[in-house]
Design a protein around this ligand. Sequence first.
Ligand code: ZN
Length: 323
Amino acid sequence: MSSASGVDSDPASSPIPFPPLKDDEVLLRLDIPSNCGAGLNGPYLGELSNPPSHNTIGYGSAGTVLEAGPKCFLQRDDKVAINLLTPCRRCHACCRDKEYSKCISKSLHTQYTPGMFISLPRALVALLPPPLTLEEGSLIQVLALAVKMVNKADPKPGQGVIVLGVSCLGIIFCLLARARGVRQIMVVDRDDGRLNVARKFVRFLETQSADTVAVMTCVVPEGTDAANGAAAVVQAFGREADVCVNATGEYGLMNVASKTVKSGGVYVHAGVRESEVSWDVLGMWREDITIHGEVCCEDLNYEEAVKMVMLGEVSLREFCPQE
Ligand SMILES: [Zn+2]
């Protein structure tokens, strides 16, 4: 049984009863806990999936409302997407600014198992209206992260985009970039089976025509140094990238990724966790490359992501386990 604040596996039998819910708090059953950074689960690329081969950005959390305070505007049995943090609810960030991802709690990121009960501030959940499923709900975080990344990178028609790593995040980024009129996209992954997944999802064609939505896949062998790795990627693409997205979360690829970007371009790194990394900041400075590092739990607009799915702008169903 977890001792994390506000978390328990069974509130009915718990020796430590949950404190009464505040008006803006909600008690949830955690049906799908996040696997962020722990690997991409096979079923989450539907029928097209291959087993995971290395670290990628996975999926977020979803659950079911058991009880909600009067200011939550949620009903029992409502399904919700969850920003799975365990804030202390007493520190400055929690109480004054309601910026829970900046909470000083040492147990902000706790290990969870399916079926656990958890009480959270309303601001950390987003209602999933029917017919959205819990599985789709667990991808709301990924979509919200991809939206934030594409807004930061701001790719434009005529530009070239390189995405490192086939994951839900990488594929959704490709779809959002395509929706902005970007036709030159290359996905890089070590695993050719996973590249096939990208080809099918994004309906890439194997062509280098500037008029065609394209993917030129490229595998960078492990142990290749950054300059040679980047040169191989750029050669395969036929151009330097205006935008390079590292959707793998792997720091080892940062220097490869940044060296594929043209002068004045943008590098976006997803899944910032380490505090000490080694990369060529001076080189990027010289080349006037803009760097964005995105954390999976900060400043994501879950409500907007839910709206996009409800309006049919993005479909998450194909990424979910198929019946
Ligand atoms: Zn706090």
